[in-house]
Design a protein around this ligand. Sequence first.
Ligand code: HAM
Length: 419
Amino acid sequence: MNIAAPKGTKDILPDEMSRWHAVENLFASVCERYGYKEMRTPTFEQTELFARGVGGSTDIVRKEMYTFEDKAGRSMTLRPEGTAGIARAYIENGMASLPSPVKLYYDMSFFRYEKMQKGRYREFWQLGCEIIGSPSAYADAEVIAILDTFFTELGLAERQLELGSIGCPECRPDFLHALRAHFEPNLDKMCPDCNERFKINPLRILDCKVESCQPFIANAPSQLDYLCADCEEHFDKAKRALEALDISYNINRSMVRGLDYYTRTVFEYVSTHVGTQGSICGGGRYDGLVEILGGKATPAVGFAMGIERLLLEVEAQGIELPAAAPVDLFIISFPDTAVSAMALAQKLIRSGLSVQTDVMERSMKAQMKQADRSKAEYLVVYGAEELAAKQFVIKRLSDGAEETVSADDLTDYLLKARK
Ligand code: HAM
């Protein structure tokens, strides 16, 4: 029996890679222009990092983690998200001593044991940003500004920013109290998971997707009505900054994020194209996380965007991404010139050109077909005559136009033809 890729994972085939590179390169370029630096963290971490960081009441920690024991009996988990690992690395590498704020971005894959659906995988990729060390609402506005610039430059015209605030440890208890009072009379009509969530963290009930729970969730109280004065002011400041940056948003009174570390601002970019979840990107402030993980209390805010979902959205909005770099030249050779043709290709490639030649020792006819398939701009037939005369007839494949070019001039000829 053939072995298939694990359920929920996907091969990213060569034909798709240019689309991936287009969004990854654009994201890196935008982040760098805002002064953010890339970093990477390990693919697996100690399980406790996510149990503490993401939160024991979340679906991610309760149901979705790929956890295993290593050979020394330690519990390890494939990273289900990036923020906890970044916060751990920030503490462990003494990044608190760097000038504040520390601005980071990443392009990594993550693992969640979820039900496979359109836009929902068990291994998926995220482009993310974290700004660590600023309590200001302007940092919240800056990470959203990064997204807005990225979407604008990508050409993603249809986009909707949902904005909310989920308060802080000061005002959260009042909200939790109101939630408990709201759900308690109806618990017998709600799913067993929600009954469990009611005990551990009633906020997580708002995450529930079970149909019969929705009526009770729909008219649940909103955190926005329970914000303390400081959170209210912070939220207003973030909104004013977004308005000044000309970034429109929709206030979402019932925004839920599936991770426990959030405080104050939370946001998502949503779409109807990317499957049931609808979220292309999610983020928010997490002022308590660094401290929860053993560092000094350090405010932070960030976001992550799923690359697969982003590409679904790009396709749905009919955006053309740059295709793979074209092949400049295909060299057809014969048994007595094959090695010389390879040496010529080597020289041209080292000048920055993209050149292909035959390494199957095929017939001329077969090489012609291969040249056609390569979609090369130009073709050269490299026979004994060309080898002796050190000049080639170079043929432009789009219209068949031919010119004779000396071996010495070939590099310049092809480089000029690119412009
Ligand atoms: P999240 O909302 O769990 O947040 O994930 C962010 C994005 O990752 C989602 O909006 C979605 O595009 C993508 N995503 C999540 N799960 C899947 C999946 N199973 N398949 C495909 N795509 C998926 C976080 O992960 C936070 N760490 C974001 C953050 C950074 N908050 C602050 N800083």
